[in-house]
Write a protein that binds this ligand. Sequence first.
Ligand SMILES: [Zn+2]
Length: 471
Amino acid sequence: MTDLLICNADVLVTMNAARQEIAGGDLLIRDGVIVQAGLGIVAPDAQRVEARGCVVTPGLINTHHHLYQTLTRAVPGGQDALLFGWLKRLYPIWARFGPEEMFVSAQTGLAELALSGVTLSSDHLYLYPNGARLDDTIHAAAEIGLRFHPTRGAMSIGESAGGLPPDNLVESEAAILADMIRVVDAFHDPLPGAMCRVGLAPCSPFSVSRDLMRDTALLARDKGVMLHTHLAENDEDIAYSEAKFGCRPGQYAEDLGWTGPDVWHAHCVKLNSTEIELFGRSCTGVSHCPCSNCRLGSGIAPIRTMRDRRVNVALGVDGSASNDAGNLLGEARMAMFLQRVAGGADAMSAREVLEIATLGGARVLGRSDLGSLEPGKRADLAIWDMSGIEAAGAWDPVAGLVLCGPTRVRDLFVEGSASGAGRAVDDDRSSEARRTATASGPKPGRVRISGPMQAPRLLANSRKSSRIPCA
Ligand SMILES: [Zn+2]
């Protein structure tokens, strides 16, 4: 493969140990790996990508999503509900999904993430109606070309057993464990540079049994994969835990083996100081989803306190039915603002939140090969054009990236390969895809994304009609 030279960046944001920012910086890439970062790199045979006028950052990392929800944005009746009411509105719609909806939804959501600079996304798929499988989303991500950490989610306690989801969306725990083993064996790649790593992820303590939480933790350790779930999302969540389990969520997690460097929990809005201490001590990760927390009125997660107590914190957009956008740079901006609302204007800087969005994500997902632009790391990076109207007048382009924009990348590279993001977008066609997928409610059109590394090239085929009736 020809070497690649990203050259003359206005600022190369390395996120290395010294948090070095190189004005006029170059980056040399060979076989998907960064071999040199610095000034005036000479590589006459390399393919050159001019980055003058741009900020270059590590690719952003999204640590919590439910890609299947991309086809259920802004659903009437769920727009103003709290978490539990919102779920009850959407469960019957999701129950009509099948493999094609999972595939289309995942591709749409991943393309949207790519436009916001994401090179690695995790996903949490916890319902499998009508023959849907985790495989559907894995195939979608492979076609897009983003790195993917799908998690095999699960729900096993239906309404009739005192749980929240309807009975037709839950599975038997034996079937769940068997499929967890199947997908890990089929798709998990533990090697550096892996494009797909599978995690295990019962949906939440209020939708699976204590036994399944414990058995999943044992299985994950046996297989050497990570664990993920929702935890302490809002006051209802805490009340449920105390009433049902007689303890707070942090205690419940610890008792069942759900703490450690191989575990990350989404939300954690309501963790108290004892639980934050536990997470810091045990290197348990947190995926902070600020827009979703705002959308559902869950509260402001104590991220400043978590960071001060050495908790590994990353960002997540959460599912598109509770965000409803999938823009990770926007998520970073919101994360910074919410900490300022809670703790004052110096509670979190633009640079700190950019670190959380890159290096923080890599740490939480156990990817020591990602998150920074330095020799030996995989070449996942985003190039942001700062010459447009959004950033005009910005005195500090790195802070400006979070404070003002742009909100779309110019170019995106995964494993040193260009996705053609941003520039390749055909706005007319992506608009058509968007209209087809969402304008008439839960009626997805066929969104096709052409070929590997062509993430944002959305091509809608409006002739393909919906199989999902309106709820
Ligand atoms: Zn979630």
